[in-house]
Design a protein around this ligand. Structure first.
Ligand code: ATP
Length: 191
């Protein structure tokens, strides 16, 4: 089984590419979704650690995100709880796919390079788009420009991700173009 990491800067189109891969039958594991699953599993611990990010025992993900984004120490504590969970779930789902004889499995991990994980993969696919387009797409989804800037600056610069990529898919055009590029990449990757 070939194992591919999927990453890219904020608003580049990672999740859209993941959706196009799934359309073509490629299983994609989503680290963000597993982190959300972990936040549900550990909501008791999270609400004890960060009572200001909870209401009636439920985690307010937006409040939690803002809190840990502003406080490095809080972020480390949350990651200490969620990262081992996400890793274990990724491992479990990867082994399940391997046992099923899946030829290609993709793991979508927004901070793949930042976490130093590129060596775990046969290759890393980076989705990229010009910064102004990434900003516009993310702002259209409800983030402020200041939030976009802060989050983008907290990550490895896109140029560095491009340097470390095995493959790059540019997403500066429309969605149909992106869908076609994903199909072309898949043909290459399955060769
Ligand atoms: P994040 O880092 O915030 O999780 P992402 O890299 O997963 O983002 P997506 O969620 O796939 O990016 O895309 C961001 C937004 O831009 C989405 O609302 C998506 O529908 C839209 N979008 C992505 N690509 C295009 C495109 N080529 N044309 C128009 N809209 C697009």
């Amino acid at each position: 089984m070939r194992l591919v990491g999927l990453t890219g800067s904020i608003g580049s189109g990672k999740s859209t590419v993941a959706g196009f891969l799934r359309e073509r039958g490629v299983p994609v594991l989503d680290a963000d979704a597993l982190a959300r699953e972990g936040a549900e599993v550990f909501k008791g611990e999270i609400c004890r650690m960060f009572p200001e990010a909870c209401r009636s025992g439920e985690v307010d993900r937006r409040a939690l995100g803002a809190l840990v984004f502003a406080d490095m120490e809080a972020r480390r504590r949350l990651e200490g709880l969620l990262h081992p969970y996400v890793r274990a779930r990724l491992r479990e789902e990867t082994e399940r796919a391997r046992a099923e004889g899946v030829p290609l499995l993709v793991q979508e991990i927004p901070l793949l390079f930042e976490a130093g994980r590129e060596r775990e993969f046969d290759g890393v696919l980076v989705v990229a788009a010009p910064e102004d387009q990434r900003r516009r797409r993310v702002v259209a989804r409800g983030l402020s420009e200041a939030e976009f800037e802060a989050r983008d600056r907290a990550q490895l610069p896109q140029e560095e991700k491009l340097r470390r990529a095995t493959w790059v898919i540019w997403n500066e055009a429309d969605l149909e173009t992106l869908r076609a590029r994903v199909a072309a990449w898949l043909e290459e990757a399955l060769k």
